[in-house]
Design a protein around this ligand. Sequence first.
Ligand SMILES: Cc1cc2nc3c(=O)[nH]c(=O)nc-3n(C[C@H](O)[C@H](O)[C@H](O)COP(=O)(O)OP(=O)(O)OC[C@H]3O[C@@H](n4cnc5c(N)ncnc54)[C@H](O)[C@@H]3O)c2cc1C
Length: 642
Amino acid sequence: MSDQQALVSEKEARDVAEAARETEWQHPSFIRELFLGRFRLDLIHPHPRHVDPDEQLRAADFMAKLRAVLESVDSDEIDRTGEIPEPVVQQLRDIGALGIKVPREYGGLGLSQATYIRAMEMVTSKDGSLTALLSASQSIGVPQPLKLFGTDEQKQRFFPRIAKGAITAFALTEVNAGSDPANMATTATPTEDGKHFLISGDKLWCTNGTRAELLVVMARTPDVVVNGKPRKQITAFIVEANTPGVEVKHRLRFMGLKAIENGVIRFDKVKVPRENILWGEGKGLKLALVTLNTGRLTLPASCAGAAKAMLEVARKWGAERVQWGQPIGRHDAIAQKIGKIAATTFAMEAVAELATALHEQGGYDIRLEAAIAKMWNSEAGWHIVDETLQIRGGRGYEMAESLRRRGEKAVPIERAMRDFRINLIFEGSSEIMRLFIAREAVDHHFKLAFNLVNPESTLQQKWQAFLASAKFHPLWYVGTWVGLPRTYGEFGALAKHLRWIARTTRHLGRSIFHAMLRFGPKLERKQSVLFRAVDIGAELFAMSAACVRARMLAKEGNREAVALADVFCRHARVRVAERFDQLFGPDDDATYRLAREVLDGRHAWLEQGIVSQWPASASDAASGANDPMARTVRPEAAGVGD
Ligand SMILES: Cc1cc2nc3c(=O)[nH]c(=O)nc-3n(C[C@H](O)[C@H](O)[C@H](O)COP(=O)(O)OP(=O)(O)OC[C@H]3O[C@@H](n4cnc5c(N)ncnc54)[C@H](O)[C@@H]3O)c2cc1C
């Protein structure tokens, strides 16, 4: 059987994802309410502020030490050699940077998530490879799931080692299991006495895998039978990297993050004791998802750190570089970019800080906020890096080392761009984040009324759905048209934006409902429609976060933040209006049809005249897939060009 044939069906992939999904909402969420058309400002305002004077002192001490280490690091050298020197790793160990959140009772720094994300923000502003090392170890590696799901015995065993600086990794991805874990092929087979498991398989792109002492490994344990059908089980194990059978097969190299310690890790009958299972057999995928809920809070802050570094460059170069008689920052085109970079950076920080503060405050379900923060900040940050490169002109494209050699300031924008791009892919790609968010955005309506619009449901199911829907939807729907008028006067110059967000939230809620009525069960497949709704929700969250943060800062005496939040909201409103204009995608069907034609090779003629970069395999050669003319008719010959 070929690899392709071995892949699971779409239904199976969905079933596995659905089984791992957290279905209950025990705590409130601002964004969940937002998608239901309800603007619950009370859930995020006043901005939660976790102030623990003891923690603040310890955090300040740690951040000062971290800054000192970072200032001594030569990041261009790390980028050029593709290696983080061992003394740098040791310095980070010595200051506790690999055990920032490990509780103090186990020898860690015991600092909060808020301090941790600020540390990662600072590290990223200097060196993405160092962020990868620290963050893969602590955001998704062993300490995070250990804290959430570990037994006391497991904590006693592993936390002290991590506090001392043991590097850890998280191994989920495989060649055929990227966004879709249902394809996982790594197995964990129980030994006859049931006391151990033998793990076999290859894990791909495992960050820190080449250097880690401990790994969290996801593997398939034997299926269980649910309702007469076998159900796939994925289980999480803590694996010691020095166990016989663990092998670093390849060290992998990338466009950016040149010194990331990433590899293909082979597991060949690796014997792991049952006591190393985290949480329980079959709970591995859910564990991965829950771990990522908090783990994902790091990336938004890290992206904000990169954005702040870009802002500094845009500000200084915009003022320093004179062309056509004045600093480029005063030419309108560049000024517009600088203004937007500043406003967006402010919003990115607001999003990262708010999501983390909500998590720290407790009693709040963070999963949608974390997903939106990851998706939105990584995309906004990428745009900022791109614009900063443009502001730097040719110097933006030139390597720092080359700038230094000819006596100019070695500002590493091209490195920042190479390092940044992966943020839109790992820890849940932008598309997978949108799918995840969209699933929750429609969940309430689908739960109540799905059978009403599903042509396959029975009369009885339709009737039950009608009753459930009749109880909720009429009153709710009226509420999406007429909201209680509120002025939001305490927000001063930002009040108009909050009134707009409140109105637009209602518009979003009923638009999602209209989409369900219009497309019925097919809505699930209308990714473009759902994704636009998600994007509107994300912009509304970013606007709300920016306003709430500006209000908090203004109260503390910082009036400047209001201008940043105001300009951010003005631009976000334009983006939201565009998305609403296109919500039901007048061009989606035509574009989808065209994509199908492209995939079928009907437009391969367009690739004439190039030198193919796609290495030919035997099957490509047989099918002519590498020959743009093999399966197509030249447009001229078909008379298309006439
Ligand atoms: C530098 C680096 C570090 C990494 N570190 C780790 C790590 O430490 N541990 C680990 O386990 N993994 C790690 N990964 C893996 C990373 O999380 C995956 O790359 C990511 O999950 C996406 O999987 P994929 O690359 O196979 O993309 P694919 O799943 O092949 O997807 C390809 C494209 O299709 C899109 N797509 C896929 N499915 C859908 C769908 N249903 N609808 C719409 N679009 C879809 C994706 O968004 C993407 O754009 C790392 C990867 C890299 C490159």
